[in-house]
Write a protein of this length. Sequence first.
Length: 302
Amino acid sequence: MKIDVPPVDAMAPDIDAGSVDVPATILIVDDELQNRRLLEALLKPEGYLTVCAANGEEALALIALRAPDLILLDLMMPGIDGYEVASTLKADPATSHIPIVIVSAYSDRSARLVGLECGAEEFLTKPVDRAELWIRVRNLLRLKSLSDFHKKHSSDLQVELRASELFAQATIDSVTSLICVLDETGKIIAVNQGWREFCGQIPAQPGESTGYLGSNYLGICERVFGPGAVDTMAMATGIRQVMDGAVTEFTLEYPCQSDTEHRWFLARITRFQDPSRNVVIAHENMTERKQALDKLVTSEPG
């Protein structure tokens, strides 16, 4: 007699570990040959593949070679019993997702509780009822398929996110301006290649960072003394104004002098278009433009 088993969730994705195309593999662990053969006879009409182990040691060895989709596990076996097998599998991240159905002649409450505490998802009492076995197995396989689907989807999203991050980094690295991103505390959380190369040329003061990831850009600006202190304080003020939403953009033209050259930069500070207070700072080297303008002014008559 064919028994129709209702699905767990009619709204679930169309994935079924017990389908004909990809039949589920069920590991039967029992020290009694007759019990193993009986469970195989009950499961095979449903299209499942079955693998058998006569004890806990053999079961763990088979699982290490190829993890099954579900395990039917006897409790009382010589050597490693069912409790230890279940505990071992659930403690290992590589096998903790495999559903376990305890199949035992013990039907008392304490045996069930111990089995469930070891991590088993279901408990069946011998002699096993065919309809109950089919329902429990199919439901657990459906839930496992859903779990595997979501894990794969999550993994795919992480791969896409990483690819997106690499693309974004490559994009800002291709920009000639010196770019850094600050979080709401002023800490540098992202920079482009131009920024990294420029900071590598700046001699650091003892005990101070020159603007690498993790350093506080606001703190660096506010600790500058002597030449340039006015510009860096103006920069810190502008950053805070953009962070607080007082202005949508802040620009500052400032000189950057060294022993070998005199450069000019235009800093442009804008805020992220999201609920955060993160800001982007782009320093454009405008030295050539500034020099050309100065040359034009000095060359004009009168």
